[in-house]
Ligand binder design. Sequence first.
Ligand SMILES: Nc1ncnc2c1ncn2[C@@H]1O[C@H](COP(=O)(O)OP(=O)(O)OP(=O)(O)O)[C@@H](O)[C@H]1O
Ligand SMILES: [Mg+2]
Length: 234
Amino acid sequence: MITIQGVKKLYKTGKKEFYALAGVDLTIEDGEFVAITGKSGSGKSTLLNMIGTLDRVTEGTVLVDGRDLSTLSGKEVANYRNKTVGFVFQSFYLEPSYTVYDNVELPLVLAGSVGKRNRARVEEALTAVGLLSKIKEKARDLSGGEQQRVAIARAIAGDPSYILADEPCGNLDTANSENIMNILAALHASGKTIIMVTHDPEDAQKADRIVTMSDGKIVADTKNADTAPQTATA
Ligand SMILES: Nc1ncnc2c1ncn2[C@@H]1O[C@H](COP(=O)(O)OP(=O)(O)OP(=O)(O)O)[C@@H](O)[C@H]1O
Ligand SMILES: [Mg+2]
């Protein structure tokens, strides 16, 4: 479970100060599929990055499974990023000259697991995204849609509870986007908690809850009628 309480993020550029997050409270239960939407600059990525420890809060707390992320040591942060959360970004961030296998294995290696025992997990992750046949290819030789599927395999190889996806379909065409959304839906069905930032209302409809941000605040938080019968929260 993720509990975000009174989170603010202040950016300073020169003499200008700007609250990218201006007081955010949000609770995400295990197993939810949450879409975060809102205009460009509304703070979506900033919020996701706080949950992922890619950035630090200025004020407030982010609790993940009861642990305050700001209290983690360097080693604990590294462990958290490799085991508790899996990241998927708009621009994939694969290592182009590495094979598909090596890209997917990377978080396992970073978490201290080396050698042949990683093989089964890499193969399982690639099977989940339908790309086992490309295991020996270089990442740069894959299509954009395939590269994003490899990025998802990499995100799930360490079996994290939380998948954090920032515009995962942002660089993809309709067919590939649909494929990625179906993979995320399947991961959700298998019990993963998914938090996905998206501009696309259609993609947001795949989630069971839609959180809308504006000017660094949450301005709407609704259960998605298409996927869940409950009435609106908040
Ligand atoms: N490192 C930074 N330094 C200064 N300002 C920043 C920094 N990162 C983000 N911001 C500002 O914080 C605000 C929120 O940024 P954020 O990236 O969270 O928006 P977003 O909702 O993800 O937008 P988009 O849909 O365009 O990705 C923006 O105005 C942005 O310019
Ligand atoms: Mg963003």
